[in-house]
Ligand binder design. Structure first.
Ligand code: 11C
Length: 333
């Protein structure tokens, strides 16, 4: 059946990619209601040959919708996602507002998609943080086959994680590299730099992006005791996040078994021929759907510890695509 779909944050980077992917996957749309700020009133969003006018959020705006995708930040989601559910729609929320709420499911379809299905009732379904999504996809087959003892991850995150403003800030700095730049979106100049801060810091020395990875990973994998330690860094890549991951398995495995487990898992592409310089690269992976894994090798001191390099498009699998896959689980499985 064709669905009536709302997209809150329709003109943002994730919102636009959401439209692209709806079209690519020929998602059956009866009506699209794009929501954006007042500045976008008068704009139309084109989807599958029809132009749908942008609207602003107001009481009653979700009436009649089956599904509303939210990508406008925590405050908008906190206020409006419950209203979408009250109007009878599923709210797929890309913000952090409800992710750690014990009554809200946090879904990556390949990993814990069985928590929602065609019999689910309208509710808020949280879409995880982008850097968490690609990590849990890579960890899940290892958890299932060998068990997980401990995970450490260091990230190399693209500027698109901060939306259009992040993208534009890097492009502006790039167009005039010799100038002195006053950063706005990032805490320092991002051009020619690596910034070990994504989000704001707590008193333990972790920034919010790190806390999200640590908490969300445990929740999605259903491993409340799993040791997860994250260190997140913004780098001047335009799109697709990269992660170096140290994972300690419960049971010993050989390289062939680890490669097979990853290769056989839905949503993963293994690119691993390092001597030929074959491994996933952000620049290449940008615009693609899968989570790419390479540089898979064992630690020489600890036979249960494996290292790997995990790269994925943070706007697609990290946000818009994951949200659409959740909708497909509910409406088309
Ligand atoms: C970044 N991961 O790369 C962030 C953006 O909780 O959904 C996404 C923040 C979130 O800057």
């Amino acid at each position: 059946d064709k669905l009536k779909v709302g997209v809150v944050g329709a003109t943002g980077m994730v919102g636009q990619t959401f439209m692209e992917i709806l079209a690519q996957r020929e998602f059956p749309i009866a009506e699209l209601r794009p929501f954006a700020s007042e500045n976008s009133l008068g704009k139309k969003i084109e989807l599958q040959g029809t132009a749908w006018p942008c609207q602003v959020l107001k009481e009653g705006c979700f009436d009649g919708l089956d599904l509303v995708f939210f990508s406008s930040g925590d405050d908008i989601s906190k206020e409006w996602a419950p209203k979408a559910v009250a109007a009878g729609a599923f709210a797929i929320d890309n913000s952090a507002a409800f992710r750690m709420d014990p009554n809200t499911v946090l879904i990556v379809p390949e990993v814990n998609g069985d928590l929602v299905n065609k019999d689910s009732k309208p509710q808020i379904i949280a879409n995880p943080n982008c850097s968490t999504i690609q990590l849990v996809v890579a960890l899940k087959p290892l958890l299932d086959k060998f068990g997980l003892e401990e995970v450490r991850v260091s990230t190399y995150q693209a500027v698109s994680g901060a939306g259009k403003d992040g993208h534009d800030e890097l492009m502006n700095q790039t167009s005039n590299p010799a100038a002195s730049h006053t950063p706005k979106t990032f805490p320092h100049q991002i051009l020619f730099n690596c910034i070990p801060q994504i989000g704001s810091f707590n008193d333990d020395g972790f920034c919010s992006e790190e806390v999200k990875i640590m908490k969300e990973t445990r929740k999605i994998l259903g491993q409340s005791q799993l040791k997860v330690s994250a260190f997140t860094v913004r780098i001047p890549a335009l799109n697709a996040h990269s992660e170096s991951v140290w994972v300690t398995l419960k049971n010993e495995a050989n390289r062939e078994q680890v490669l097979q487990a990853l290769h056989n898992f839905e949503g993963i592409v293994v690119q691993d021929d390092p001597k030929k310089s074959v491994y996933p690269l952000a620049h290449k992976v940008s615009g693609e759907d899968p989570v790419y894994v390479g540089r898979i090798h064992r630690d020489p001191e600890d036979p249960k510890m494996w290292l790997m390099w995990v790269v994925s498009d943070n706007i697609r699998k990290g946000a818009a695509l994951n949200g659409i896959q959740i909708a497909e689980k509910i409406f088309h499985s």
